[in-house]
Design a protein. Structure first.
Lengths: 446, 572
């Protein structure tokens, strides 16, 4: 690694900014600003800093529409917004997907539009922690705010996630390294455990690494629950882990003062899907008969949890909500994005602050290629290649202020530090503008 | 806009109007004594007219509500209503969506609701939900009973510091008053433990629930907050808990009330029903309502709300997290929990109150006993601790029970409820009935006074024009008849008119207008120096042990738009 001199050439510092990258929503960043650019970021991890600083790379700066040759061409805002509004107003089954990297304020407008036209609204949970939400609905949800772990936890378990790569400051800021009220020696007062088939960077620094077999999560958790309930394990090796190791681990988990289990998509998306989470939650609930245990999913985008919370308080359901009948319906497999696309139901697709082009299964993207797609985003990506109308938004937490919810549901107001590019518009403004224009078209047609 | 509500039968206990036929006049959002000839006449001849309802304790907005909605889609599906040209779609039964909450309260003729538990760390979330709730003003209460700073101040016996902390934290969280839940017990839950009784100290802190309640009550009176100490005592829901309840009320008995406040009480005990159990286990549990009611009858420094069980499938949610875990052990239903760093804990679990169940019936009967045994209706408020003992939409049903002892007897004799109602409580012997004036007190006037809301809960000149009209003629209707109970419930569920700040928001049980709910918060002045010092003192601890920056902890102005600020001069 090349040593880089600290940045000293800047105009001013904006303190206590919130990182708009992962679900850790670190709110202690300092942005060094020069000439309306963030030239350096203090306290952020490499992922956060690079997103915030190098944001001009492949930035979408002007509204665009496809011409008759299928090329995206620059148009003015009115033309783009009118065309998008026309598509939405005349759609039979519009689907509005994304929202996890924009603000709650923008979601409010989006939901009004959704309800008005009877669309489906969904977010990235549908392809990430959706099974977690299903499991929570099955068995419950014993969780905590991250400071509880910082101040109390003497055992921290990560499974199916590799925070050292994906949430780089998670251990440093919340769970393992910080000195907590009851854990004054920080890292030395805690046992760090990783359950993962891979010897991940998190596993490398753990005190205990439990490398169960791929897809062995369910049987492994089940074995711990069995031991916890005083049952004899009938096999010598379970999910690739020797029986005695499971018994020892169970004993250790029972004898801590405060344990926290963090799980990621590695648990959510292996063979047993939501059943993995069912049993992990069940395990934590069982452990509470002996000592204090809590758990938390490692949410990815900085506001993916925010969308689920927002939809739950507005409409009672967390994601995949269909308004085509005038009231909200939530049926996983029926009203969720990938299923709708696979069935080729939607006739207009609006994506905001998400990249289905990069993440959806081929079949779903094939349908996207066949229908009009409206994109609201700040960067060129695979979804731009699918888009027919592109509306350039602004960067929440850097250029525009807004509310987000951290992975543990703590609400944070993300401030802005610089002005957005003149040719771009705030997400909230764009969605509201679409709503107003769609309303006008619909009212006139009455 | 001006209105005259003509020839209604008005119940306005605050102003000693008891069923008189008179007009109510409204101008610019206030009750006035005369209006111009342009005033719109609403003919409400012989109909029941009261001030709009005031709820002293309900859970309607905030993180635990949201967790409930997230993990109980079955409940959301139970109350689905399609959007209309005026209203948005509704969902939910025990934990309705935000818009449904506003519409349903408004349809019942309510205008002000207290959100009873706000963890300051997540106060922004509560205020975001209040912004999404239409048609009712909301007074949120911030949680203080297990806050580490509070425990520290109590430990050091630094009341001056504690007062400055409270006044500062009310500003930061934009809350109306103080709430204490299972003091020290929720902190013990940080280690999976609980405390029992008011003298059991929290682990590590060595401070007891009794000391916390006493210190915070003193501070409440020192600052002269509009509302009193609002306490959910220790040992909720445990058979044999009534001595703890009485001890909690008694521990503040000698604290003098601030002379500048409207209210009479220094302590408000919430959902008293859950705290009035005798016996030693659920096997021999019995009512403890009599000693508790007796204490309240003899002590004017206490008010309470009931938390009446309504026999529904509901969702319990409370900052008393260890109690929720006890319920999980008892029922095995899906248990959720949410601990908040340095502040509180909370838990949720679905509960089915069945009239066939001995325990549910006992709880139902104890609630009614409290209503009937506490003599002064100004001391007892109708609540269901919504959604804990039942959803708030059941208030009209409870009123029908209160107004008809025949209906109560019928329920017991027809075996609509389990025989524990007669075997373990004195309910069958109580034939007191509430009249419309008592109902107006317990649902409007008393809660407004208890909350210290001068301009609500009555129809005097200058009061807010929050009015409810019901399609029933009190003079030609016998609410004591058992067969009329269903009529009472039906009529009170859909107000003929609900007027909010001088605007008709409900007509014939339907929402006709949406107005934004206002966030009510208390701004204590005259304590700035002390606040500054306290903030300086606690900042090292804050920076080190919270996971958010202080700058990002505050609730900013745009989260409380529109707001009503109650300015208190603490130096007086």
């Amino acid at each position: 690694m090349v040593y880089e001199e600290p940045v000293t050439d800047y105009d001013h510092i904006v303190e206590n900014c919130t990182c708009a990258f992962c679900g850790s929503n670190c709110d202690d960043l300092d942005y060094l600003v020069k000439g309306n650019h963030v030239v350096a970021v203090r306290h952020a991890c490499r992922l956060g800093a690079s997103k915030i600083m190098e944001d001009e790379d492949q930035r979408l700066k002007v509204p665009m529409m496809r011409d008759e040759n299928g090329e995206l061409q620059e148009v003015d805002w009115d033309t783009a917004l009118d065309a998008a509004a026309e598509l939405i107003a005349n759609a039979v089954r519009p689907l509005f997907y994304g929202w996890s990297e924009t603000s709650i304020e923008c979601m409010k407008k989006g939901l009004e539009l959704t309800e008005y036209v009877g669309a489906v609204i969904d977010n990235q949970a549908t392809i990430c922690h959706g099974p977690t939400v299903q499991a929570v609905q099955n068995v419950g949800y014993p969780l905590m705010s991250l400071g509880e772990v910082k101040n109390r936890a003497d055992m921290v378990v990560y499974t199916g996630s590799n925070p050292m790569n994906a949430h780089p400051r998670h251990l440093a800021r919340y769970s393992v390294f910080p000195r907590g009220w009851f854990r004054q020696r920080g890292r030395f007062d805690r046992t760090l455990v990783t359950w993962d088939p891979k010897f991940s960077d998190t596993a490398k620094m753990s005190d205990i690494w439990v490398p169960f077999e791929e897809n062995g999560d369910y049987a492994f958790c089940n074995a711990i629950r069995a031991v916890l309930k005083g049952k004899e394990l009938k096999e010598d090796v379970i999910s690739g882990i020797p029986k005695q190791d499971i018994i020892d681990l169970t004993e250790a988990m029972k004898n801590v003062e405060f344990g926290a289990l963090f799980f990621g998509l590695g648990l959510t998306h292996t063979l047993s899907k939501q059943r993995n989470i069912d049993i992990a939650i069940g395990l934590v609930q069982d452990l509470n008969a002996y000592t204090k245990w809590v758990l938390l999913p490692m949410r990815g985008h900085f506001n993916v949890n925010g969308f689920n919370i927002f939809m739950a308080y507005q409409m009672g359901f967390p994601y995949g909500v269909d308004f085509c009948r005038g009231y909200p319906r939530y049926m996983i497999g029926e009203t969720t994005t990938v299923d709708l696309l696979n069935r080729e139901e939607p006739d207009v697709f609006m994506v905001i602050a998400a990249d289905p082009g990069a993440h959806f299964p081929g079949g779903a993207n094939m349908h996207l290629a066949n229908i009009p797609v409206i994109q609201i985003d700040i960067h060129w990506g695979p979804s731009t290649e699918l888009a027919d109308i592109v509306l350039p938004g602004t960067f929440i937490g850097v250029e525009t202020a807004g509310t987000s919810y951290r992975m543990d549901s703590v609400p944070i107001h993300m401030k802005s530090a610089i002005n957005p590019p003149e040719t771009c518009r705030e997400d909230e403004w764009i969605v509201n503008e679409l709503y107003e224009r769609v309303k006008k078209i619909k009212e006139e047609a009455k | 806009m001006e209105y005259i509500l003509k020839n209604g039968i008005v119940y306005d206990p605050t102003n000693n109007v008891n069923g008189d036929k008179k007009d109510v006049m409204i101008k610019d959002g206030k009750i006035v004594d005369n209006v111009s000839s342009d005033a719109k006449v609403l003919d409400v001849t012989d109909k029941l007219v009261m001030a709009a309802g005031v709820d002293v304790h309900s859970h309607i907005a905030g993180p635990k509500l949201c967790l409930g909605r997230l993990y109980r889609p079955e409940d959301s599906r139970a109350g689905v209503v399609a959007k209309t040209d005026i209203t948005r779609a509704e969902t939910g039964f025990s934990i309705p969506s935000c818009s449904a909450t506003g519409y349903r309260y408004s349809r019942m003729g309510y205008g002000t609701v207290t959100e009873a538990a706000v963890p300051p760390l997540e106060a922004k979330h509560t205020h975001e939900e209040i912004m999404a709730i239409p048609n009712i003003d909301v007074s949120p209460l911030a949680l203080f009973g297990n806050n580490w700073f509070v425990l520290q101040f109590v430990k050091e016996n630094d009341l001056e510091g504690l007062a400055a902390f409270v006044s500062s934290w009310l500003k930061i969280s934009r809350c109306y008053g103080m709430k204490v839940v299972n003091p020290c017990g929720s902190e013990a839950w940080g280690w999976g433990q609980n405390v029992h009784g008011i003298d059991d100290p929290a682990p590590y802190w060595g401070v007891t629930g009794g000391e916390v309640v006493r210190a915070l009550t003193k501070v409440n009176e020192m600052l002269g907050l509009p509302h009193s100490m609002h306490v959910h005592p220790n040992d909720l829901g445990h058979p044999g808990n009534y001595p703890t309840t009485i001890a909690t009320l008694d521990v503040v008995k000698d604290i003098e009330k601030n002379p500048n406040v409207l209210r009479d009480q220094t302590i408000h005990c919430t959902h008293l029903q859950f705290h009035s159990y005798g016996g030693t286990s659920w096997r021999d549990a019995k009512s403890g309502a009599e000693p508790v009611a007796d204490y309240i009858n003899k002590n004017k420094h206490v008010t309470c709300d009931v938390g009446q069980v309504t026999f529904d499938e509901t969702t319990t949610m409370t900052a008393d997290a260890p109690m929720e875990y006890d319920l999980y052990k008892l029922t095995g239903l899906k248990w959720a929990n949410k601990d908040i760093e340095l502040e509180t804990a909370s838990g949720l679990i679905p509960v089915i109150y069945s009239p066939k169940s001995p325990v549910s019936t006992l709880q139902w009967a104890i609630g009614l006993e409290l209503f009937l045994l506490i003599k002064d209706p100004w001391q007892v408020v109708l609540t269901t601790d919504s959604p804990n003992a039942g959803p708030f939409i059941r208030y009209p049903r409870i009123i029908s029970w209160l107004m008809s002892s025949d209906r109560r007897t019928e329920m017991i004799e027809n075996k609509e409820v389990h025989n524990w109602a007669s075997k373990r409580t004195s309910l069958p012997t109580l034939d007191r009935v509430y009249d419309w004036n008592d109902i107006a007190i317990t649902t409007r006037s008393a809660p407004a006074k208890i909350l210290g809301l001068e301009k609500r809960g009555h129809l005097g000149i200058g009061a807010n024009a929050d009015v409810a009209v019901y399609d029933i003629e009190p003079e030609n209707f016998d609410a004591t008849k058992a067969s009329n109970a269903a009529v009472v419930e039906d009529v009170l569920t859909r107000a003929a008119y609900t007027i909010k700040d001088g605007e008709v928001v409900v007509k014939d049980g339907k929402i006709v207008k949406i107005v934004p709910s206002r966030h009510m918060w208390t701004n204590v002045t005259g304590f700035e120096q002390q606040e500054k010092k306290v903030l300086e003192d606690i900042m090292p601890m804050f920076n080190r042990y919270y996971t958010v920056k202080f700058e990002n902890y505050k609730v900013f102005d745009h989260y409380i738009d529109p707001a009503i600020e109650f300015t208190i001069d603490a130096s007086k």
